[in-house]
Design a protein around this ligand. Structure first.
Ligand code: KIV
Ligand code: ZN
Length: 530
């Protein structure tokens, strides 16, 4: 443990009106049903977050499962400049486990919380006094282990004012260095969010010696506005996730608050340390590994965020980009229009293109991508940046491939059910099946199930065209659930049915890995089990 993360360090930085970015993609984001990431994916996302300048990375909830513990511990060990934080309920064994996981970070933090609203107090059946005592005891315990302790009254925005003020004071006296005010159910609105923070800072004894944080959920679509209002009222840490990933309507989106502060620095003079040019790359990776695609019209990172379709917009854009653009695509890491690759492009050109797109790959992966690129270029005249990124998505995976597609033929159209003839390799042995179904995808999935019987339930099946045109690649995301275990699979191909089967097989392979790990990646405890 080092003392680098003490209040003093933080306060010096704060005097410059610096707002700390606390990213919880790997905890609150990953906790959302279906967004489960593999160990390797969590390490990769943590590294991208650290490299983009995130101040604090909430890496997971170590008591939740063996898998969560290992991920937080390894992220802590590999961390560069970010503070690495783990979540713990207000229980001593949780806090000890959290400390075990984060302690090897250069800059560790323990984040402990308890639900303080009447509804949440009723769950552990604690009186106000009993809960206050628990807060005192658990925060002191955390502070004895770690210099850097964050405390959160869950559902703060529905907690009685007097009680909220009282418990914040207790947490500060017990040694918390950051007090986070969660709007757990996305209930507040900007004016109220600001007023709450302003009053807490002014009225909680010791309030001026800690960092106040805001943690907003997006149930009413106000998370970004509520977070920014809290900053204007004195909060100096924003808790957020990439792409706004999170349960229900998600959390505050990192890219939105960071770009809002950057673009409107004239009225919100607060600085973050985020290298905004890395936003697109990490957004794409999080979408891929979580299996939660970004909606087309999502602010900052949506496919249409910088597209100008209508004639009047295009005309204006050609004359002067500022007519309709308040930020430049390059500011968020979208390369300017670049030349597409074609079938004569070589490996060096592909490597250079990948580098331009912010994706570094090893030699073996480059070989794989190159083979797929050549196949694609044979079918498609021009291979665009988005096509290349889709190929990367389809090849980056350390998961086993016990199930592999060998061949697929489908007959479909009007006049009868679709038929799929599928050949698959399973543990090195080839098998084939013929199935009919309600459309080609249904028939092909049935054939997969015939060769690899399984009880996995299809929770999500989503198809997106990567570029325009009928020869566009389709990216397919599949999410499966079996006995509480969730696995996602992705693939890209110009043939939508092939992409679908590959994504399905990808998810099934991941389920096999998870089953093999005796459930280590399955959430055993949720942060809501108080
Ligand atoms: O939304 C919430 O209240 C949380 C807490 C655990 C901080 O995520
Ligand atoms: Zn939350």
């Amino acid at each position: 443990m080092t003392a680098e993360t003490t209040k003093e360090t933080i306060m010096t930085e704060t005097s410059k009106d610096r707002v700390f970015i606390f990213d919880t993609t790997l905890r609150d984001g990953e906790q959302s049903p279906g967004a489960t990431m593999t160990h390797a994916e969590k390490l990769e996302i943590a590294e991208l977050l650290d490299d983009m300048g995130v101040d604090i990375i909430e890496a997971g909830f170590p008591i939740a499962s063996e898998g969560d513990f290992r991920a937080v511990a390894e992220i802590a060990e590999r961390s560069k400049s970010a503070v690495i934080c783990g979540l713990a309920r207000a229980q001593l064994p949780d806090i000890d486990r959290c400390w075990e996981a984060v302690k090897r970070a250069e800059r560790p933090r323990i984040h402990t919380f308890i639900g303080t609203s009447p509804l949440h107090r009723a769950i552990p059946n604690l009186t106000q006094d009993e809960m206050a005592e628990r807060i005192e005891q658990t925060v002191s315990h955390a502070r004895n282990l770690c210099d850097n302790v964050q405390w959160s009254p869950m559902d703060a925005t529905r907690t009685e004012w007097d009680y909220l003020r009282r418990v914040c004071e207790i947490a500060i006296k017990a040694g918390a260095t950051t007090i986070n005010i969660p709007d757990t159910v996305g209930y507040t609105a900007p004016r109220e969010s600001a007023e709450l923070i302003r009053r807490l800072i002014a009225e909680v004894p010791g309030g001026e010696d800690v960092i106040w944080a805001t943690h907003c959920h997006n149930d009413l679509g106000m998370a970004t506005a509520n977070s920014l209002a809290a900053v204007e009222a004195g909060a100096r840490q924003i808790e957020c996730t990439i792409n706004g990933l999170g349960e229900r309507a998600g959390n505050t989106a990192l890219e939105e608050v960071v770009m809002a502060l950057r673009v409107r620095g004239d009225i919100m003079p607060y600085a973050t340390d985020i290298d905004t040019r890395k936003i697109m790359q990490i957004s794409r990776r999080v979408a891929t590994v979580s299996g939660f695609p970004v909606q087309f019209n999502k602010a900052i990172v949506g496919k249409n965020a910088f597209a100008h379709e209508s004639g009047i917009h295009q005309d204006g854009m050609l004359k002067n980009a500022e007519t309709f653009e308040i930020m430049r695509p390059e500011d968020v890491g979208l390369a300017g229009t670049s030349l597409p690759l074609g079938k004569h492009s070589g490996r060096a050109a592909l490597r250079a293109k990948l580098k331009d797109l912010g994706t570094e790959v090893g030699d073996n992966q480059l070989k794989d991508i190159f083979v797929r690129f050549k196949e694609l270029a044979d079918r498609k005249k021009e291979v665009f940046d988005d096509d290349i990124l889709a190929l990367v998505t389809a090849t980056t995976d350390g998961d086993t491939n016990r199930l592999q597609l060998v061949n697929l033929k489908v007959v479909c159209g009007t006049g009868g059910p679709a038929e799929a003839v599928l050949e698959m390799e399973i543990d090195g042995q080839e098998y084939s099946a013929t199935c009919t179904g309600d459309g080609p995808v249904d028939a092909a999935f049935k054939a997969v199930r015939q060769l690899h019987p399984n009880a996995a339930r299809l929770q999500l099946y989503q198809v997106h065209a990567v570029t325009e045109g009928t020869d566009a690649q389709a990216t397919v995301s599949v999410r499966l659930e079996e006995d509480g275990m969730i696995a996602t699979g992705q693939s890209a191909n110009t043939d939508t049915v092939v992409a679908s089967v590959l994504a399905y097989i990808h998810a099934l392979n991941r389920l096999l890995v998870r089953r093999g790990k005796t459930g280590s990646d399955v959430k055993e405890i949720s942060y809501k089990d108080v």
